[in-house]
Design a protein around this ligand. Structure first.
Ligand SMILES: [Zn+2]
Ligand SMILES: [Zn+2]
Length: 146
């Protein structure tokens, strides 16, 4: 069976990318930084291992977020081991099979949004969870500050 691949781009098309296989995780973040940089009420993203990702075009980066310098669209942020893809930059909408596993900074979630029933709810950044006991263990902070 061929491995699934998804393509995406910025609005003007100057940045194009492709991710192969399924993401490691899919999240929603309601933190202030994600609100500010997206201009929206929350940020929806999926994370792939770096080797699953290829891209073309020129990008600019501010902190842990990248964008197209021409049209301003958010484009994948390339980290040391993983790439964070904004779900809205994928070409096919709605996306097939990308459902958030978790939500971050739920204290900043708008009152008119419901918690996703299947998604783990984090007060702040993501921490590893002992799923059997439901305890949060081994903190693994992301880069949001607020
Ligand atoms: Zn663009
Ligand atoms: Zn965030």
């Amino acid at each position: 069976m061929p491995e699934i691949a998804r393509t995406g781009s910025c609005l003007c098309g100057g940045v194009q990318y492709r991710v192969a296989g399924e993401p490691r995780r899919v999240g929603l973040c309601h933190c202030k930084d994600c609100r500010k940089t997206s201009g929206s009420a929350f940020h929806a993203y999926a994370v792939w291992p770096l080797q699953a990702f290829e891209a073309s075009g020129i990008t600019s980066t501010y902190g842990a977020r990248s964008f197209c310098p021409t049209c301003g669209s958010r484009v994948p942020f390339v980290g040391e081991e993983e790439v964070e893809v904004t779900i809205g930059s994928l070409d096919v909408a709605p996306t097939e099979g990308l459902v958030p596993d978790y939500e971050l900074w739920i204290g900043r979630r708008e009152s008119w949004l419901q918690a996703l029933p299947e998604a783990y709810q984090f007060e702040h950044d993501r921490v590893a969870v002992d799923s059997a006991a439901g305890n949060e263990i081994d903190p693994e902070p992301r880069q949001e500050s607020a």
